[in-house]
Ligand binder design. Structure first.
Ligand code: HEM
Length: 324
């Protein structure tokens, strides 16, 4: 056992998640990446969320300008990584190989430049929701001591049941599957944060919705208001993970649950996002921690954290060295 005595770790949940996410995705998509390049990629991303809903003038010094500059830099980092790997014969990630058609050993289906644009958009979508949902989840846990206690119990029992050898291998798929309460917390947080506030569609043919005729060409905006319907969820504004008891925790969509959208554009990364959140919560709950009292979560179309999303880890936290 190692005892952290004289220091407090303070860490920004949003930025930490962003970094973990980019490192995981970069590995899957591009293969191994130089740590410096992955770090730079994360830094570029910090210019994005602030640049989303602004007047779209690209004037030096403003948010859009910084975002466009960051985009250029990111595309360069991705391109440089791919070209270096190709020159040295190093493996590209599975995703990239599929995009380029290299899996079948045939002709390239698209150019490297177009593949990088695709990957850029994929990274953009992947990074939009996960860090903010996770930061909001951490805040919800921090504000609900009963939930925090139950999570600690669950994670401590996972570590306790491992043999010394198993502890060295870190978290396994079986461990993840056994995190019933953690998954209840994640489901509840996804419901209450409803991060994607709307999905947009262009209607391609006229259709009848009850007594309304929706003409072709209209823009449809769908809101996940079902998440706050008292007929579907008792006391819907309360954060209550126990409402998910005995429910199918693997389902990512149902008639009353659409945090990842629905239909043909259902989120591709839903299971991955849930896994990443569970793994983050598991590691966090190995420590004694709290979120800064002044942390607030605002919804201004997207989730925002005006006072940051710092987590403080207490001085007297006891950590088992071998826990993965
Ligand atoms: C908590 C985290 C996440 C939430 C709440 C979320 C939510 C959503 C929602 C609501 C949509 C549907 C948008 C629409 O219908 O217009 C969507 C689409 C998508 N998501 Fe996620 N997402 C998350 C994480 C991720 C991650 C980590 C990835 C990638 C690894 C990802 C990849 C995608 C992709 C590629 C689409 C587009 C699918 C398509 O258009 O066919 N998402 N997401």
């Amino acid at each position: 056992m190692e005892k952290l005595t004289d220091w407090i770790i303070s860490s920004n949940t949003y930025h930490q998640t962003l970094q973990i996410l980019i490192e995981c995705l970069a590995k899957k998509v591009m293969g191994e990446m130089e740590p410096e390049a992955a770090k730079e990629l994360t830094l570029c991303w910090s210019h994005f969320p602030k640049g989303w809903f602004r007047i779209s003038w690209n004037i030096p010094g403003n948010g859009v300008y910084r975002m466009m500059k960051a985009k250029k830099q990111m595309i360069n980092i991705l391109k440089e990584t791919v070209l270096k790997k190709r020159a040295s014969g190093e493996e590209l990630g599975e995703f990239f190989k599929t995009l380029l058609g290299e899996m079948e050993g045939g002709e390239e289906k698209i150019s490297v430049e177009s593949a990088i644009e695709f990957i850029f958009i994929f990274f953009l979508i992947a990074n939009e929701a996960t860090p903010s949902v996770l930061a909001a989840t951490v805040k919800l846990i921090s504000d609900n001591p009963k939930v925090m206690l139950e999570l600690k119990r669950e994670h401590e029992s996972i570590v306790r049941d491992k043999s010394e050898k198993e502890k060295k291998t870190g978290l396994t798929w079986e461990d993840y599957k056994s995190m019933t309460f953690t998954q209840m917390v994640i489901n509840e947080s996804l419901r209450i944060t409803s991060t994607a506030p709307t999905v947009l569609r262009i209607i391609d043919h006229e259709f009848q919705f009850g007594e309304y005729t929706i003409p072709a060409g209209w823009i449809f905006m769908g809101f996940p208001s079902v998440h706050f319907n008292p007929e579907k969820y008792d006391d819907p504004l309360a954060f209550n993970p126990w409402r998910w008891k005995e429910k199918d925790l693997t389902a990512i969509v149902s008639k009353t649950y659409i945090p990842f959208g629905a239909g043909s554009r259902l989120c591709l990364g839903a299971d991955f996002a849930k896994l990443l959140m569970a793994s983050f919560i598991y590691h966090l709950c190995r420590y004694r921690w709290s979120m800064k009292a002044e942390t607030t979560v605002l919804r201004r179309f997207i989730l925002m954290f005006p006072g940051g999303s710092d987590v403080q880890i207490s001085q007297d936290t006891e950590v088992e060295n071998s826990a993965g």
